[in-house]
Write a protein that binds this ligand. Structure first.
Ligand SMILES: Cc1cc2nc3c(=O)[nH]c(=O)nc-3n(C[C@H](O)[C@H](O)[C@H](O)COP(=O)(O)OP(=O)(O)OC[C@H]3O[C@@H](n4cnc5c(N)ncnc54)[C@H](O)[C@@H]3O)c2cc1C
Length: 431
């Protein structure tokens, strides 16, 4: 890292260059208007992945394994996204994935970090970090992507903020937005959708209880509980309606989540149970925010028909798991069409945002309706989508083309080599 270069970014840019910050309304405090941004370090890679959740970690690992230089930018000081920072240490819908997902499971198992589909989030942090390092990914942890530097329809660089060294510029040929919220795509001007505020799935602050054997009897909300060992119960039992993109609502939701956990704990203590709170998720869990508009919007009908797209890059058969904002123990009252879906496929076109040429979007914010996202958002599928996005980014940068020009057959061939399942068994492959 070149520190400190103290380049004046604006002075070095051509007239056609735009600098778009993620939060324009917060970006220009009065005294700073007209002041150039001071860049204290600069780096460059072939593929730059923003967001180190299941999708972004997989994208970075898969991309680096294709032999290109990869930088992965993550705002927290560890990887795993919702799977570690939001306390969601459980895999759902895993039987049609393969590839990196199987590899991650195997490494968790080797370190005694996996029991059934539950895993230890601290072991996950180690596994993802090691896999990134061994694949040659350059990691920028504690680094918050602030915005994009763009020329015409191409991103030239990502602006990041590191608390120790200030603002940095990460240049790249191809960028992969794995922020969950499509932050980069939106800053670059890509169109997106978001559900109306009263329909956004509620937020959940997960927590871990010290509880010996069995399950605490007082769950108030429908939600998952799981365990890794005889001493800890992991709980997804709070439910707070809020728009996660509104900083004021998000702050209130964090506070409300901690209040709900305290109430649930006190209820157990009042009944005489010997229980302790081990920890709560560092961050409240966000199920849903923005979804980009890409070259294809995956829809509920595609899931229900079990569509096999020519340009498929992943399979999924997890139910359409839409959570309503209501609090209730009754599954039917709090979730939408929680029914079986046949195995369906996810097209490469859903990773390509309209209006931006050298960007791929992976994970829960790909181009899909709310119903389709409510199924594909699970961690194993996010890993599979991320893997495909990372491989596509590597091919594009190797060939000097944009992701939209990459031959999907080449992506599919490399996915098959990696063991990712993209072909349904014969007889189930309707188009
Ligand atoms: C309460 C809850 C329960 C769930 N239960 C399950 C379950 O049981 N099983 C299952 O498989 N799935 C479950 N899920 C779904 C699953 O965890 C997520 O949908 C999945 O993690 C999405 O992966 P992702 O990589 O797209 O996004 P995320 O996991 O959200 O990762 C995004 C990453 O980007 C980083 N980031 C964001 N913005 C920036 C920025 N500007 N700069 C730098 N970094 C940034 C974040 O810190 C994060 O690490 C649950 C989700 C929630 C919220």
């Amino acid at each position: 890292m070149k520190i400190p270069l103290f380049l004046s970014l604006l002075a070095s840019l051509t007239i056609a260059t735009e600098v778009n910050l993620l939060f324009p309304s917060f970006s220009k405090p009065r005294g700073m208007r007209g002041h150039p941004l001071k860049i204290s370090f600069e780096e460059e890679a072939d593929v730059v992945v923003i967001g180190g959740g299941p999708a972004g970690s997989a994208a970075a690992i898969a991309s680096a394994r294709q032999g290109v230089k990869v930088i992965l930018i993550e705002r927290f000081d560890f990887l795993g996204g919702a799977g570690t920072s939001m306390g969601v240490s459980l895999f759902m819908g895993q039987d049609v994935v393969g590839g990196l997902y199987d590899e991650i499971r195997e490494k968790l198992r080797e370190k005694q970090g996996l029991k059934g589909n539950a895993y230890d989030p601290d072991v996950m942090k180690v596994v993802l970090y090691k896999m990134c390092k061994e694949s040659g990914v350059s990691l920028f942890l504690n680094s918050w992507a602030l915005g994009v530097v763009k020329e015409s329809k191409r991103i030239k660089a990502i602006l990041i903020h590191h608390p120790e060294v200030g603002i940095g510029l990460i240049k790249g040929k191809v960028f992969v937005d794995a922020t969950g919220d499509a932050d980069i795509a939106v800053a670059a001007g890509a169109p997106y959708e978001i559900s109306p505020e009263d329909k956004i799935m509620p937020l959940t602050l997960c927590y871990i209880l010290w509880w010996r054997n069995g399950w605490p009897p007082l769950w108030r909300n429908y939600g998952a509980v799981w365990r890794m060992d005889p001493f800890r119960v992991f709980a997804n039992q709070t439910r707070i309606p809020a728009n996660p993109l509104d900083p004021f609502q998000l702050t209130e939701a964090e506070i409300e989540g901690r209040k709900e956990i305290k109430e649930q704990l006190e209820e157990l203590l009042d009944k005489g149970f010997k229980v302790r709170l081990i920890s709560s998720g560092p961050h409240i869990g966000v199920r849903e925010s923005r979804r980009i508009i890409g070259d294809y919007i995956l829809k509920e009908e595609d899931l229900l028909e079990g569509k096999t797209f020519e340009d498929r890059i992943a399979l999924c058969n997890y139910p359409i798991d839409i959570h309503y904002q209501k609090k209730s123990k009754d599954l039917k009252e709090v979730t939408g069409r929680w029914g079986e879906v046949p195995t369906y496929s996810i097209p490469y076109r859903s990773l390509l945002p309209k209006g931006v040429d050298n960007l791929l979007v992976v994970g829960r914010c790909i181009s899909a309706s709310q119903e389709a996202m409510a199924s594909l958002r699970i961690q194993p599928t996010s890993i599979a989508i991320g893997t495909a996005g990372g491989i596509a980014g590597a091919i594009a940068s190797q060939k000097g083309i944009i992701p939209r020009q990459v031959d999907v057959k080449e992506i599919q061939a490399r996915l098959r080599e990696l063991g990712q399942i993209i072909d349904k068994p014969k007889g189930e492959d309707k188009t």
